[in-house]
Design a protein around this ligand. Structure first.
Ligand SMILES: *[C@@H]1O[C@H](CO)[C@@H](O)[C@H](O)[C@H]1NC(C)=O
Length: 193
């Protein structure tokens, strides 16, 4: 009797452990997708703090670009008169919450670029943590949002270079939390697959 009770508890415990681990992993990257969208919502009202320009096109609300137009790294310019504090480090993250599609972001959020620790407003002195990769939405997957998140920090970001294999389901929340990044502004453009 006593043994059976222990056995049952043992089973229940293993079941709960397996179940919570599985659902934990599944939910994890969904929360990162949600986080990107939350940051976009919070940062968009301050979008005029920085400019993102591809060729002749400056990214604004509802900007749509083709894969070709957005395949090379854009020119970035932060307006330092609008920054709250000086002598801090700038970090820019470009990330797609809609991978492989907005309805089913199973691979999201997908990382496209991180340049960190810049003190110049054009990021020319920044450290590339993840190489720029232009949009490549699979055909038929509709519009993808390429979200630019501009952060500041008092200390430099310390992070290993992100490899191509680590772009999908990028742990953006961990990256922001570990490096004590504060969101300054956000904007996005879309490219359709
Ligand atoms: C930087 O330091 C200041 C002063 O201690 C603080 O108010 C601010 O929140 C810090 N910024 C970030 C992004 O942590």
């Amino acid at each position: 009797m006593h043994c059976a009770v222990i056995y049952k508890f043992h089973c229940l415990f293993i079941y709960l452990l397996v179940f919570s681990t599985m659902s934990g992993n599944k939910g994890d990257h969904r929360e990162d997708v949600e986080y990107v969208l939350k940051e976009l919502k919070e940062g968009a009202p301050h979008g005029d703090l920085f400019e993102v320009t591809y060729g002749e096109t400056t990214v604004d609300h509802n900007t749509e670009l083709t894969k070709d137009e957005s395949k090379t790294k854009p020119v970035i310019e932060v307006d330092n008169t609008k920054l709250k504090a000086k002598n801090q480090f700038l970090t820019l993250v470009v990330i797609d919450p809609d991978a492989p599609s907005r309805d089913n972001p199973a691979n999201g959020p997908y990382l496209h670029y991180i340049v960190a620790n810049a003190q110049k407003m054009d990021f020319s002195d920044g450290t590339t943590i993840c190489n720029y990769m232009g949009p490549s939405p699979p055909s038929g997957t509709g519009p993808h949002r390429y979200v630019f998140l501009l952060y500041i920090s008092n200390d430099t970001v310390q992070h290993d270079k992100v490899q191509d294999s680590q772009r999908k389901q990028f742990h953006i929340r961990d990256f922001v939390r570990k490096n004590n990044l504060g969101l300054e502004a956000a904007k996005y453009f879309t490219t359709s697959g």
